[in-house]
Design a protein around this ligand. Structure first.
Ligand code: ACO
Length: 310
C-alpha cells in the first residue's frame, strides 16, 4: 500500500426550493431586513430541506460534474449535524439513493465538518481507498425554533459535494489542521429533541480568533503567506465574522468566497456551497491556492490548504 495524494474533481450543490427572505421573517418575528442585513449580511435563506435528499442531489451533481458514474465512487462520506435519524447513518441512505457500490459513514464536527471530511477523505485515499464522495449537508431549519429571532435569522438548509480522488505524488492537499475545545460546548448546542441555542457574542469572538489562528497555521505549515492565497473559502456564519477574519489575515474580500447573503448559515454545507459558487463564476484556476477554513459547535475548527488541480 503506497501513500497517495488527493485531487478535488467535480462539485455540486443542492438547496431546497423554498426561499425565506428577511421580509418574510419580519412578518412573524420582532426583527427587520435592516437589522439582519447589517448584523449578519444575510438577505435570504432556503428552508424545508431533508438532509439525505439534498445530499443525494448534490452528490449526483458532483459525480456528473467530475464526468464519473456512481460506480466510480468507493466511499460516501457525509458531514452533517442534522442526520435524518440517529440510526441509520444518513450516509447509507445517500449511498443507496445515488447507487454507489462502496462504503458510507457520517461525520459530525458541526460547521467545520466539511473541512474535517476533506482531510479524512485524504486519509482514506492515502491508505488505499478509491474515490471518496464528500458531502456537507444540513437541514438546520429542522432544529430551529422559528419563534426565536436570534437563531431564526441565521440559519438555512443546503448541501454541497465534491469528489476526492487519488492523485500521483503528494497531491493537492498542502497542509491542514484541526482544533477543538469541548469546554466551550455550551456556546452552541442542540440537545436531543431540542432546538439550537447559542451565545452569539461569545461564538463571534472565539470564531474570529480560531479561524485566524488555524488559517495562519495552515499557510505557515505549507510555507505560504496570506498574500499567496487566491481564494479563501470560509464557513459562512456571519458576514461580519468573515470580514473580521479577512481583515486580520490580510486577505481582501475580493479574494474571499461569500454566499451567506443567499443561503444564511448552512453549517456543514456552507463551505462547499461557497466553493461551488466560486468555481462556477470562474474564480478558481488550475494552480491557485485555495484555503478552506471552518468553525462550529464543540467548539471545533479546521483549515485545509489546496493547490487547485483540476
Ligand atoms: N432582530 C432584531 N434585533 C435583534 C435580533 C434580531 N434577530 N437579535 C437580537 N436583537 C437585538 C438584541 O436584543 C439587542 O437589543 P438591545 O441592544 O436592545 O439589547 C441588539 O439586537 C443587539 O444584540 P446583540 O446580541 O448584541 O447583536 P450582535 O451584534 O452580537 O449580533 C448575532 C447577534 C448576529 C447573533 C452575532 O452575535 C453573531 O453572528 N454571532 C455568531 C453567530 C454564529 O456564528 N453562530 C454560529 C453558527 S450557528 C450554527 O452553527 C448552527
Amino acid at each position: 500500500m503506497s501513500a497517495r495524494g488527493i485531487t478535488v474533481r467535480g462539485c455540486g450543490i443542492s438547496v431546497p426550493d423554498k426561499v425565506l427572505t428577511n421580509e418574510d421573517l419580519s412578518a412573524t418575528l420582532d426583527t427587520s431586513d435592516a437589522w439582519i442585513t447589517e448584523r449578519t449580511g444575510i438577505k435570504e435563506r432556503r428552508v424545508g430541506g431533508i438532509t439525505s435528499q439534498m445530499a443525494i442531489e448534490a452528490g449526483r451533481r458532483a459525480i456528473q460534474d467530475a464526468g464519473l458514474e456512481p460506480a466510480d465512487i468507493a466511499v460516501v462520506l457525509l458531514a452533517t449535524t442534522t442526520p435524518d435519524a440517529l440510526v441509520p447513518a444518513t450516509s447509507a441512505t445517500v449511498q443507496a439513493g445515488i447507487g454507489v457500490p462502496g462504503g458510507a459513514f457520517d461525520l459530525n464536527a458541526a460547521c467545520s465538518g466539511f473541512v474535517h471530511g476533506l482531510v479524512a477523505a485524504a486519509g482514506l485515499v492515502a491508505v488505499g481507498s478509491g474515490r471518496v464522495l464528500l458531502i456537507g449537508a444540513d437541514a438546520l431549519s429542522r432544529i430551529t425554533d422559528w419563534d426565536n429571532r436570534t437563531m431564526a435569522v441565521l440559519v438555512g438548509d443546503g448541501a454541497g459535494a465534491v469528489v476526492v480522488e487519488p492523485a500521483e505524488g503528494t497531491g493537492d492537499l498542502l497542509s491542514w489542521n484541526f482544533g477543538a475545545d469541548g469546554t466551550l460546548r455550551h456556546l452552541l448546542k442542540c440537545d436531543h429533541g431540542g432546538y439550537l441555542t447559542m451565545d452569539g457574542k461569545e461564538v463571534f469572538r472565539k470564531a474570529v480568533r480560531v479561524v485566524v489562528e488555524s488559517a495562519e497555521r495552515a499557510l505557515a505549515d505549507a510555507g505560504f503567506t496570506a498574500a499567496d492565497v487566491s481564494l479563501l473559502v470560509p464557513h459562512q456564519a456571519n458576514l461580519r465574522i468573515i470580514q473580521a477574519a479577512c481583515h486580520r489575515l490580510g486577505i481582501p474580500e475580493e479574494r474571499t468566497a461569500v454566499v451567506i447573503d443567499r443561503y444564511g448559515n448552512t453549517s456543514s454545507a456552507s463551505i462547499p456551497l461557497a466553493l461551488d459558487d466560486a468555481l462556477r463564476s470562474g474564480r478558481v484556476s488550475t494552480g491557485d491556492l485555495v484555503l478552506l477554513t471552518g468553525f462550529g459547535g464543540g467548539m471545533t475548527w479546521a483549515s485545509a490548504l489546496l493547490r487547485w488541480g483540476r
